[in-house]
Design a protein around this ligand. Sequence first.
Ligand SMILES: [Zn+2]
Length: 373
Amino acid sequence: MRPAFYFDEKTLWFSAGQAVLVMPVGGWLQPPSGGGHADSPEPKRRLHSLMQASGLISAFDVMTAPEATTEHLARVHPQEYLDTFKSMSDAGGGALHFSAPFGPGSYEIAALSAGLVEAAVMDVATGKRKRSYAISRPSGHHCLPDQPLGFCLFANVALAALAAKEAGIGRIAIVDWDVHHGNGTEAIFWEDPDVLTISMHQEACFPPGASGQADARGGAGAEGSAVNIPLWPGCGHDAYIAAFEKIVAPALTEFAPDMIIVVNGLDANGVDPLARMVAHSETFRAMTKSVLALADSLCDGRIVFVQEGGYAESYVPFCALAVLETLAGVRSEVEDPFLELIEAQQPGREAVAAQLAAIDALAEARPPCPSAG
Ligand SMILES: [Zn+2]
């Protein structure tokens, strides 16, 4: 059974519109060329190019999907939010939060992004495929039901997880290794003991402040169903692998999901402009290998990857390629030209020892996840 790769050129046309022109420089400096929005289409466009140039694309069934329907979007978002977003989008764009500006036509593109994720998840939920990968743009993991945030306009993964539950998937684990806290997904499932949300992120990076602290563990009746792994700025390959092995893997094993969805944000890479971590393509390859093995042992291999964050336009494609190669079980001839450089920039031995000790403490303090039945 070949994996699916859900991608649609039109999601690359999403633009933050006019609102972004003054936002990043506060009106005091000439706006950067190209609008200056960090969420450029280039990382995802270049990944698509790299898949073609490397031939890896032939290992996947390349698919698109229709825009998500209002019924689907209403699984999370109140009608009033949908109406307001749609009318502003039709009128030329704007911003319902300063961190999530959008240009004209964005409602339809955001619905397409949600539709691609829905299709990727439903293919696996209904047994049509074991593995799928979707490119989501705009992203979704920061979005709250009635509040867009951090470039996210619809809660793509949460919406798809709810659809999968309706289709009979009882327990879903969402593993979010985007460098920013998956606050939206966590909030939507805060009181749901049947959806495990795991977020490994740079501490207090985005949303700024108290979001994603280790003691945030799920609401009433769902204690342990939210797992937060706040990592210190400057963590590299060793810390990521340790956090995965000591916290993510045991939490998944305890929870025993029927399906795993990975929020494959790639912005923990060592040259990303929006965070301060030092992961590289082999970090993402290793975590992918581990999570695939867990899916095989826990849920008959059912797993979906959704690529959201990741802003280094020249490097994100190499990190994504490592994930996709692992997912397809093939290796292209592409070699990561940044790998040696980022390996040389890993934190020193004492810093790594301190990071690993902090991760051990987080692992020790984690309460058990809600078990099945
Ligand atoms: Zn991110």
